[in-house]
Structures are given as structure tokens and as C-alpha cells.
Write a protein that binds this ligand. Sequence first.
Ligand code: AMP
Length: 175
Amino acid sequence: MTLADAIRTIPDYPKPGIMFRDITTLLGDARAFRRAVDELVQPFAGQKIDKVAGIEARGFILGGAVAHQLSAGFVPLRKKGKLPHKTIAVEYDLEYGTDSMEIHLDAITPGEKVMLIDDLIATGGTAIAAIQLLRQTGAEVVAAAFVIDLPDLGGADKLRELGVPVSTLMAFGGH
Ligand code: AMP
């Protein structure tokens, strides 16, 4: 069984034309979950990483496990209004409208090496917003890792153009 077999695809969710890549089936499978975390960590084992930043909400589950394995801290990047202390925010475009993401102002000590984690990269809009926020706090974003890449949407290449090394565990064609 490959790791990709542990992902469930839901056609036309949340709207027609989207193939939703559901990682809950991977998370619920003990061996697949461990393997995904191992493979996310593997390229960076031995590299100094101070903190792992995870994007709400699926990036929290994977990012927490990756941070534990790397003996790094964990930093949540959250939707607007969820973080209780002083924050900075960034707005980013969705297909329809905009969204906003926040980080605690003191979550990163300037110069810390940070790895970004989410479940999936599509257009890259979410991850680029996350990198902007992290860089504003003084983080050095040394890597971004995702379980799933949708390469037809070009997000991973956009991150590489920003100077962030990207690693992904599998790719699916289309949206
Ligand atoms: P993007 O900003 O376009 O790179 O979209 C990435 C974010 O949207 C991630 O947080 C994903 O969890 C979610 N996402 C986008 N497309 C899909 C998809 N086909 N299946 C599951 N999640 C998706």
C-alpha cells in the first residue's frame, strides 16, 4: 500500500469540479500517519529547525507531530480573531473573496529557523501568506512541507521562487 492509497478523494466537494483530498483517512490509519510524519521530517533530519509553523486546521495535526519529532517548538497560524495575545495579520486572496491569517507577534524570535507545514498545496496562496507572516516576525523560513501537491496549480513552484525549499510526499493531477 502506498501513502496515496490512504488519502480519500471526494469528488465535487465543497463545490462542483473540486476533487477534495481528504487526509482524515490517512490520520486514522496508524501506520500511514506515522509514515507521513516520518517522510515529512526525513529531508530535514539533522538540520537545525527551531520551530514548526502549522496552518489551521490540518496543518496543526501534522505540524504538531513533526515538531515533536524534530524536537522543535510549534507555532499556530490561525484564522482571524482566534489568537488571544498581540498578533499581526495578513490578508490573502481566495478563489472568491479574501481571507485573513494571524500569528502571535512574539511567536518567533528573530533569526529562528522555521519549517512551514500544511496538508496540501494548491495555488500556494495560503502558504505564501503564511511565509509573509513568518518573515514579518523575523523568521528564516528554511523549508515548507506538504503531504499533497497539486502541481497543475503551481503553488510549490511559487514558494521555490520565494526562496523556500519545498518538499511534498505525493502529487495528484488537476484541481
Ligand atoms: P491554496 O491556498 O490554493 O494552495 O490552497 C491550500 C489550502 O486549501 C490548504 O490549506 C488545503 O487544505 C486547502 N485545499 C485546497 N485545495 C484542496 C483540495 N483539492 N483538497 C483538499 N484541500 C484543499
